[in-house]
Design a protein around this ligand. Structure first.
Ligand SMILES: NC(=O)CC[C@H](N)C(=O)O
Length: 374
């Protein structure tokens, strides 16, 4: 058992006595986020291991980590128990969940981890729900005094809004609880809007969902926001206190994620990040999509986790993993952790990694070619 597991006992210890100890980190639902393994490894400076977990043995991040562990899917009733056992067996002290569907599950059980000295970088169930529900996000933004997209939950209301001039094309039809840009349709005219809405209704019906209920709750119609699209990471500490905002201008998107971006120092957007972080009180990273029209910023969406935009700030010098480790150990974050160099342009690219050899397929072939050899 390592000393930093016993939180009450260590509260009074000087920071240096903690820094000497090892500290292992687990990234869950790690998927393709191999770059995060590298960022956490760098932040650890050899003091501990970066472990990753995923339900697929082919997840690249499993193979990039010091140890990759295949776990049951999030929907498995034994998921949390398995993660807890894993943390104890591997001396993990910091868990960083990376998947939208996993956040509500771990948010619900954060205290079970805390009881055994494991810190999970996850927000409260209420915050997670607010970010997952795009209608709740709109309401949150209004309450926090942050501009957001005009949003309708019914086709008839949107059509009335168009007639009265409250709304103009293009519009977006999107699932209220959507993720990864799945099911988002951009529409440029009335007929197209009605067709897309009707088609979405039919899809819901074909899945056996109650269409009448879904019509009012499951789909949203939103105006297109004006200006340039930015990505923000609003960083709160482990107690939910606002610390910093990292800003990037998106240059291109691919499959719902930022593909290329430039870091910018934009005080007005940092101010919006501060307002969001203080009002929400989330834990750790909050990935936000914001439009800037030259005068005002408009919040579109938020994800309370490391998002696809963080690596663009990391490549310019940001060190959120270093800050999370520091807060977990009750010391100050490394100097400059939230001051990435402005003007750095970074792009993602594809790479390949050999992750295994499917022996089961090879055996019958070997047996046929060379009888007697097993
Ligand atoms: N997948 C995510 O993390 C959401 C997208 C993220 N906001 C991005 O721009 O990359």
């Amino acid at each position: 058992m390592i000393i930093t597991r016993c939180w009450p006992a260590i509260a009074s210890l000087p920071p240096t006595s903690l820094r000497a100890e090892t500290l292992n980190i687990l990234l869950t639902c790690a998927g393709r986020r191999h770059y995060l393994v590298e960022y956490f490894r760098r932040a650890l400076q050899g003091r501990g291991r970066v472990l990753t977990a995923d339900s697929s043995p082919h997840a690249i991040a499993l193979h990039a980590a010091d140890k990759g562990i295949v776990v049951p899917p999030i929907s498995d009733p034994g998921y949390v128990t398995r993660l807890l056992a894993l943390c104890l067996a591997e001396d993990v002290e910091l868990v960083v969940p990376l998947n939208d569907h996993e956040l509500p599950v771990l948010a619900e059980h954060r205290d079970r981890f805390q009881q055994v000295g494991v810190e999970v970088v996850v927000s409260s169930p209420q915050v997670v729900a607010k970010a997952a529900d795009k209608l709740a996000t709109v309401r949150f933004a209004r309450e926090a005094g942050v501009s957001t997209a005009t949003t309708y939950t019914r086709l008839s209301d949107a059509l009335a809004g168009l007639s009265q001039g409250h709304l103009t094309f293009p519009l977006f039809v999107k699932p209220r609880w959507g993720t990864a840009s799945i099911g988002i349709e951009r529409v440029t005219g009335r007929e197209e809007l009605e067709l897309v809405w009707r088609r979405a209704d039919l899809v819901e019906a074909s899945r056996g969902r109650p269409v009448e209920a879904e019509r009012a709750t499951g789909l949203l119609i939103q105006e297109a926001l004006p200006g340039l699209e930015y990505g923000l990471d609003v960083i709160n500490d482990l107690a939910g206190r606002y610390q910093a905002t990292l800003v990037r201008r998106k240059l291109s998107m691919r499959a719902g994620e930022t593909d290329c971006a430039i870091t910018e120092a934009c005080p007005a957007l940092v101010e919006i990040g501060r307002r969001i972080g203080e009002a929400l009180g989330h834990v750790g990273n909050l990935d936000c999509d914001v439009f800037w029209d030259g005068k005002r910023g408009h919040l579109l969406e938020m994800n309370p986790r490391f998002g696809g935009g963080y690596p663009f700030s990391a490549e310019a010098g940001a060190d959120v993993p270093g800050a999370l480790l520091a807060w977990a150990e009750r010391r100050d974050p490394p100097a400059g952790w939230a001051s990435p160099e402005p003007g750095v342009v970074t792009g993602k690219y594809y790479d390949l990694m050999r992750t295994g050899l499917l022996m089961a397929e090879r055996r019958p072939v070997q047996a046929r070619l060379a009888p007697g050899i097993s």
